[in-house]
Design a protein around this ligand. Structure first.
Ligand code: ADP
Ligand code: ADP
Length: 229
């Protein structure tokens, strides 16, 4: 079964204005449960836009988009939020941690706020995840006191705290040195194998793309090429 199913997906910006521009011109993609897939292509080809659509952060102009079998076209904002919270974890280059909160608080918050998990349970799960991403001893540091690599580890722990079936990662290693980038990538791969979370990872790094199960290449808002293993 597919965790993501796209049919004829189009996205325009500035609809109804003189500068209306279509940036995605009919995308057809299926992502299988547990698949580890790279999204590649030149700057401006539409990768971030596509990720935002799949993450239900923006709406397509037309076409079908289903997440875990749920068609999203007719859904209201609140239903999209529920679907997003239930199935999707995000890891972005600028990880949007809350800077004044600790690493632990950043990881705990989504499950408490979005899923109503009891604080004690959220804390236990979050401490375990921080241990797994190599941040034992850093639980009570404020996010803005951590290095870039450490902040990205917190972001991964936060994305995984709700055991999502789908992880969307937009250049998660983009601002990191090669060694740290490899570590972060390896963590995503480890959780993918262990928990079966599907991952869609935007990357400009051909070495990392080569280690994915499949590569989908966008050029000028179209799928230009797909390659497996
Ligand atoms: P990539 O992630 O591959 O670099 P993007 O999805 O960021 O590509 O951008 C694809 C195209 O859409 C670009 O031409 C960009 O300028 C345009 N674009 C992205 N976001 C917006 C927006 N909010 N308003 C107008 N144009 C946008
Ligand atoms: P990494 O290789 O993980 O990016 P860095 O070399 O950037 O690590 O950082 C090394 C150490 O410096 C880390 O333990 C981190 O906590 C600390 N550090 C980095 N940036 C800051 C900062 N802005 N404020 C406080 N401590 C920092």
């Amino acid at each position: 079964t597919a965790i993501v199913s796209l049919r004829g997906l189009r996205k325009s910006y500035g609809v109804g204005t003189p500068v209306e521009t279509e940036v995605l011109h009919g995308i057809d993609i299926e992502l299988a449960e547990g698949e580890f897939c790279a999204l590649i292509g030149p700057s401006g080809s539409g990768k971030s836009t596509l990720l935002n659509l799949i993450g239900l952060l923006e709406r397509p102009t037309s076409g079908d988009l289903a997440i875990a079998g749920s068609e999203t076209a007719g859904l209201k904002e609140q239903a999209l939020t529920v679907l997003r919270g239930r199935h999707i974890g995000f890891v972005f280059q600028f990880h949007h941690l809350l800077p004044a909160f600790t690493a632990l608080e950043n990881v705990m918050m989504p499950s408490i706020i979005e899923q109503g998990v009891a604080t004690a349970d959220a804390e236990a799960i979050s401490r375990d995840l921080l241990l797994r991403v190599g941040l034992k001893g850093h639980e009570h540091k404020k996010a803005n006191q951590l290095s870039g690599g450490q902040q990205q580890r917190v972001a991964i722990a936060r994305a995984l705290s709700r055991s999502p079936r789908l992880i969307l990662a937009d250049e998660p290693t983009g601002n990191l040195d090669t060694h740290t980038a490899d570590d972060i990538f390896a963590l995503l791969r480890e959780f993918n194998r262990e928990r079966g979370s599907a991952c869609l990872i935007v990357t400009h790094d051909p070495r990392l793309a080569a280690r994915c199960d499949r590569r989908i290449e966008l050029v000028d808002g179209r799928v230009a090429h797909v390659s497996s293993a």
